[in-house]
Design a protein around this ligand. Structure first.
Ligand code: SF4
Ligand code: SF4
Length: 97
């Protein structure tokens, strides 16, 4: 079981906001917009990213044909997520185990 911290430091490292899989998503865009205006600490439901921790997205307008950016992420490297399951695309396949 991977225990990745859901904190602001990791949220900033997360590459999901610049991933083509969710670039087409109005739902993710709206979350990002809300997050940028938010004060205080966001929770997993507020962040359009960190799917390795929060699991599958509740948005239904992602494009899974795009290229997952997780292998380029510092969180992926730090927690050796390449050796675990699922192999990226956490927004589609669920949280890292
Ligand atoms: S989990 Fe991977 S595929 Fe999904 S939005 Fe993040 S970088 Fe893109
Ligand atoms: S591994 Fe993927 S889902 Fe997890 S923080 Fe990095 S880009 Fe985001």
């Amino acid at each position: 079981m991977v225990n990745i911290e859901f904190n602001n430091e990791n949220i900033e490292k997360c590459r999901c906001p610049c991933c083509s899989v969710q670039a087409v998503s109005k739902c993710a865009y709206e979350k990002l917009d809300k997050l940028q205006k938010m004060s205080g600490n966001p929770g997993p439901d507020d962040v359009p990213g960190m799917y390795c921790v929060s699991g599958k997205t509740e948005c239904d307008d992602f494009n899974p044909e795009g290229e997952c950016q997780c292998p380029k992420c510092e969180v992926w490297k730090e927690y050796n997520l390449g050796e675990g399951e699922p192999a990226g695309y956490f927004c589609q396949n669920g949280k890292a185990k």
